[in-house]
Design a binder for this molecule. Structure first.
Ligand SMILES: Cc1cc2nc3c(=O)[nH]c(=O)nc-3n(C[C@H](O)[C@H](O)[C@H](O)COP(=O)(O)OP(=O)(O)OC[C@H]3O[C@@H](n4cnc5c(N)ncnc54)[C@H](O)[C@@H]3O)c2cc1C
Length: 387
């Protein structure tokens, strides 16, 4: 073990790639591993689009991360030349009679409150105003909307690729197709063991997405539940009507279904829109999950979509299965390992982490090099689960 690194990163998806870039930009000597060749379609960061929004209904502490992330997406977009962030606008629809709930109770009201508190420009719309602006949404009287014109979508694969290329340009040593088997943290450093060797490092960031439980002792692993999700692309009759200039990203807390629905505009050159719901019925693992998307699953999303949105055709052009790593409060974990302050655990999923990944990468890098992160990370601590 001739080389001693400042920081090792295990996992180069959304979080690990962002952390590796930020570490390299700080001049740290970084080695970073992924068991596959990211961006890939086996974890949590694939499927062409992710919702982004600035006012965050899942918790007040998250809005500053989203705001900072948009700054960083722009910076990375300029550096890479890739289209990463599209602020085409975001609409959230809900009502007093909503049966579906997005991650936490009071999501809609929390979003509006966060927008007010943090000065995020937005419009509140009634059902008639929503229908007038986007006639394809069959909103019922009594439903209402929150529209944020700085919301929209990010492109997960392009983001991960850009983070990794930038990390490499700034000097990070990226070792893909090299699986971390375990780590041993002592007083003088951490030894990371992979399928190809051993590495000595001062600090380790574990950002293994849905594989995280494999790298934790059972008591910590039990805090994370892995749920399979599906995304489907349904053909639209008039692609121009669903282009980002005319159709927003949306999240709809439906009245007539406990499953909500969210979706995206048609991307350039595509005649389909991506739609999804969320499901938390049975837990799985990356190894055990069913990676096929089945006809009846597509039909269920299609039924929700066609009952509520006009202009959607019968043909599904693509489906993808993906994994959520969920905590019981739908929050994130960004904290030091209870057994070693040299090891930092990053699990910002619970189905809404991607939009925050650049700011989380920055915070992880600061933690690892001993700088104070610009955000209060206390809400992400393991300690909350002891209460
Ligand atoms: C269907 C779906 C829709 C979503 N929608 C949204 C959305 O609209 N907006 C939003 O903000 N968020 C959304 N999310 C959540 C978001 O995508 C996740 O928060 C984010 O992708 C998590 O990134 P990660 O880096 O933690 O995990 P991943 O991106 O999965 O990365 C983990 C990486 O670790 C590697 N790895 C694992 N084990 C090891 C090991 N032992 N050794 C080396 N490498 C290892 C894996 O190969 C992988 O590359 C969605 C997630 C899904 C699944």
């Amino acid at each position: 073990m001739a080389v001693k690194y400042d920081v090792a990163v295990a996992g180069l998806g959304a979080m690990g790639s962002a952390a590796a870039r930020q570490l390299a930009m700080r001049g740290a000597k970084v080695v970073a591993f992924d068991r596959f060749e990211p961006p890939h379609a086996l974890g949590s960061s694939h499927g062409a689009t992710r919702v982004t929004r600035l006012a965050i209904g899942e918790g007040d502490h998250l809005t500053p991360l989203a705001v900072r992330s948009h700054e960083l997406w722009r910076e990375l977009g300029a550096e890479s030349g890739a289209a990463l962030l599209n602020e085409c606008g975001l609409l959230i629809v809900s009502s007093d009679a909503n049966a579906a709930q997005t991650h936490v109770s009071g999501f809609f009201d929390n979003t509006v409150a966060a927008a007010g508190r943090f000065g995020i420009a937005h419009e509140l719309l009634d059902a008639a105003q929503i229908r007038a602006r986007w006639p394809m949404f069959r909103v019922r009287d009594g439903e209402h909307g929150y529209f944020e014109n700085t919301g929209g979508f990010v492109r997960p694969e392009a983001c991960v690729r850009a983070q990794l290329e930038s990390a490499r340009r700034h000097g990070a040593e990226l070792r893909t197709n090299e699986r971390v088997l375990g780590f041993d943290a002592g007083t003088h450093g951490v030894t990371v063991t992979t399928g190809k060797g051993s590495y000595a490092t001062e600090r380790l960031i574990v950002a293994a997405g849905p594989w995280l439980p494999e790298l934790l002792p059972p008591s910590l692993a039990a805090l994370f539940k892995i749920y399979r999700q599906i995304q489907v692309w349904l053909e639209v009759e008039d692609a121009a009507a669903f282009a980002p200039q005319r159709f927003p990203v949306f999240i709809w807390e439906l009245q007539n279904s406990t499953r909500g629905i969210y979706g995206f505009p048609a991307l350039a050159g595509e005649h389909a829109i991506k739609l999804a719901s969320e499901e938390f019925l049975s837990v799985t693992t990356p190894a055990a999950m069913d990676r096929d998307v089945h006809v009846e699953e597509i039909a269920a999303v299609q039924a929700l979509a066609t009952a509520n949105i006009g202009g959607i055709g019968a043909r599904c052009v693509r489906g993808a299965a993906c994994l959520y790593t969920v905590t019981r409060d739908f929050g994130f974990v960004i904290d030091r390992h209870p057994d070693s302050e040299r090891v930092i655990i990053a699990s910002p999923c619970s189905g809404h982490g991607f939009k925050h990944s650049p700011a989380i990468g920055e915070a992880l890098a600061d933690m690892a090099v001993g700088r104070a992160p610009r955000f209060n990370l206390a809400p992400f601590a393991f300690a909350r689960f002891a209460r």
